[in-house]
Design a protein around this ligand. Structure first.
Ligand SMILES: Cc1cc2nc3c(=O)[nH]c(=O)nc-3n(C[C@H](O)[C@H](O)[C@H](O)COP(=O)(O)OP(=O)(O)OC[C@H]3O[C@@H](n4cnc5c(N)ncnc54)[C@H](O)[C@@H]3O)c2cc1C
Length: 605
């Protein structure tokens, strides 16, 4: 066990807890640890965090880059929820293993460490949907408050031409940087995008995340380890006597009074589900269990769509149809290719060549350099509809003509449909703009490309299982249920093909393997897209959306759950529309802002 894990604030048994706390936070993940840190800044306030996971001190957590898990032995399986998902008709009935962090630090402990923000237009659309103060101007200070920028080495800056703008960052707990290492074939891919006349901002993080740009990682530049919620927000304050972190315990449901005020939270040791206890908050109970488990907990507590609760035998306390609906993620389509004349070494070498792996590991362990300091990728293109679709006008016309309810799940309550109608208007304007991204393709030099759909029009849902309500939730992406998402995926693959014809990639002699150069008709491309797409980038969001209640909202702009007293949500589930970015930076900013909102209302009461 680590030294940190024996800190005074860590609790392992209910007998070590107080009878009540000012705040109980459910989930010691990305958002939960931010809010706990900020609330315990006031020594007169005490906070309990209930976290299902334990501390994760394994290399698969602290070392950057994903292939490394395979190199360094035991993977992070024990620090993950691996939730089943519903087979997806849109991708030939494939189902996916859905991973989420189940460890102190939550998904920030196991994610790909891409640390980017969406565009100004992304967050302004949240405000437009009825959330004053949640636009770019209202969030920017919190993006800065949560993150610190440290430049890479001077040598790397010169070699790769890295650019940034310090104005995008403050002095916050999460460390952002770029690796001192890139694969030799990387520059060719960067130049290939350049050949397509794609330019980009000096730093994406000032609200202009469109074009070709550097993609920071949440990484400590000095020792080249992951920077995440535990290291940034928990470890530095772990000795605060007013902060209790209760690990290895699961929150089962929230108990409500007859007037729907929170009376307590039922919890149990994750290995002893029959021995239940109740913890109580005097001021607020705060849900930070993440986009899949927050709606599950609400539903198990009787807060959710009546029909779903009834089917599971749960008494409805607050009929809130939006709980678990509006599920959004970023689906990934693929262009598969190979270089005939690749450089050695490359990403594939690290994945397959054991001698090279051993050398890379030694290099990392000895002086923190080399390929293992590079997380998923440090460069990306984010692009609008215009330029990535062969006929943006026809796409926009088809979108305008769609009935809002046409491709939503059947028998969806009218408020949720109304919410989607409102989103659709905002989405139509985002699709039409040149300063909002619809297409993403991150890269590190390898030939094959993912085309990540940034503004999916399909909506999924996460419901408790009628026949086993306390088991894992049912996760249904409903990927490609809206035919325009399939159309865009096809167009995205077609557009990406242009890369392979660029002068800059010519020396590497790229060969298209999937769909294959002969596949040019829509039916063939559609078959490829459906056979090879993944439904997720592990960006679960939107399932307890911050929207007006009459639009299927679950929380108000002050993050309190409609129809309840003393209950709020601070995690990725509150995002009404998924931003065009990987989510962690936004989750940190949201949780920073949430902390201020919660502190302010405590002062007033
Ligand atoms: C595999 C993967 C790769 C990703 N890659 C990237 C990336 O490269 N860049 C990026 O920006 N984002 C990435 N993301 C997304 C990003 O990490 C998440 O959106 C973000 O961390 C979510 O924060 P959260 O606070 O909403 O939830 P989490 O951080 O998941 O926190 C939820 C916490 O609640 C706990 N919990 C859940 N249920 C209960 C319960 N009933 N009782 C007690 N505790 C409970 C969990 O154990 C967890 O610690 C990735 C996510 C995953 C899973």
């Amino acid at each position: 066990a680590s030294i940190l894990a024996s800190s005074a604030s860590v609790k392992r048994s209910v007998h070590e807890l107080r009878t009540s706390y000012d705040y109980v936070i459910i989930g010691g993940g990305t958002s939960g640890l931010v809010v706990a840190n900020r609330l315990t800044e006031d020594p007169s306030v005490n906070v309990l965090v209930v976290e299902y996971g334990y501390f994760g001190d394994d290399p698969c957590i602290w070392m950057p880059t994903s292939p490394v898990a395979r190199i360094t032995g035991p993977s992070c399986t024990r620090h993950r929820f691996v939730e089943p998902t519903v087979p997806q008709p849109g991708i030939n009935n494939a189902s996916t293993v859905y991973m989420l962090g189940a460890v102190v630090g939550g998904s920030s402990a196991i994610n790909g460490m891409v640390f980017d923000r969406g565009t100004k237009a992304d967050y302004d659309s949240w405000e437009e949907l009825g959330n004053p103060g949640w636009g770019w101007d209202g969030l920017f200070e919190y993006f800065k408050k949560s993150a610190t920028w440290t430049p890479p080495s001077r040598e790397a800056v010169e070699k790769y031409g890295y650019t940034w703008d310090e104005a995008a960052y403050g002095g916050g707990p999460i460390q952002a940087t770029l690796s001192n290492f890139q694969w030799p074939n990387f520059k060719f891919m960067w130049d290939a995008w350049d050949d397509l006349n794609i330019t980009g901002p000096k730093d994406h993080a000032l609200g202009q995340a469109v074009g070709l740009f550097w993609l920071p990682a949440s990484q400590h530049s000095k020792n080249q380890t992951r920077s995440y919620a535990r290291y940034g927000y928990y470890d530095p304050v772990r000795e605060r006597p007013n902060y209790h972190l209760f690990i290895g315990h699961k929150a089962e449901k929230i108990l409500l009074s007859s007037r729907s005020a929170v009376e307590g939270v039922v919890i149990y040791d994750r290995d002893k589900p029959d021995e239940k206890s109740v913890v109580k908050a005097k001021r607020e109970t705060i849900l930070a269990a993440g986009g899949a488990h927050t709606p599950q907990l609400l539903q198990l507590s009787g807060i959710g769509p009546k029909a779903i609760l009834e089917a599971a035998g749960i008494q409805t306390r607050v009929d809130l149809p939006g709980v678990g609906e509006n599920f959004q993620d970023h689906p990934q389509a693929k262009l598969i290719c190979n270089y005939t004349n690749d450089f050695w070494p490359n990403q594939g070498t690290l994945e397959t060549n054991q001698t090279f792996q051993a050398e890379a590991l030694a290099q990392y362990n000895t002086n923190k350099t080399g390929p293992l300091t590079l997380s998923m990728s440090n460069a990306v293109v984010f692009l609008p509809l215009n330029g990535t679709h062969s006929s943006p006008e026809s796409f926009l016309a088809k979108l305008a003509a769609q009935e809002p309810g046409a491709y939503l799940p059947p028998s969806l309550p009218s408020t949720v449909v109304a919410g989607y109608a409102a989103q659709k208007k905002v989405l139509a304007s985002l699709y039409a703009r040149n300063d909002a991204a619809i297409y993403e393709s991150p890269f590190n030099g390898a030939c094959s490309r993912t085309v990540i759909l940034q503004k999916p029009l399909s909506r999924g849902n996460i419901h408790i299982n009628g026949s086993n309500p306390y088991g894992p939730p049912i996760i249904d992406f409903r990927v490609y249920s809206n035919p325009l998402d399939v159309e865009y995926a096809i167009e995205g693959v077609k557009f990406t093909r242009k890369l392979l014809k660029t002068a800059s990639l010519a020396p590497l002699q790229p060969v298209e393997l999937g769909p294959g150069p002969n596949v040019t008709d829509t039916a063939g491309l559609e078959a490829h897209v459906r056979a090879t797409s993944g439904p997720t980038s592990f960006h679960v969001s939107g399932t307890a959306a911050m929207l007006p209640r009459e639009l299927g909202g679950v929380v108000a702009p002050d993050l309190r759950v409609y129809g309840t007293k003393g209950l709020s949500v601070v995690d990725a589930s509150i995002m009404p529309l998924i931003p065009s970015a990987h989510l962690s930076a936004t989750v940190y900013a949201v949780a920073e802002k949430a902390s201020d909102i919660i502190k302010k209302r405590a002062k007033r009461s």
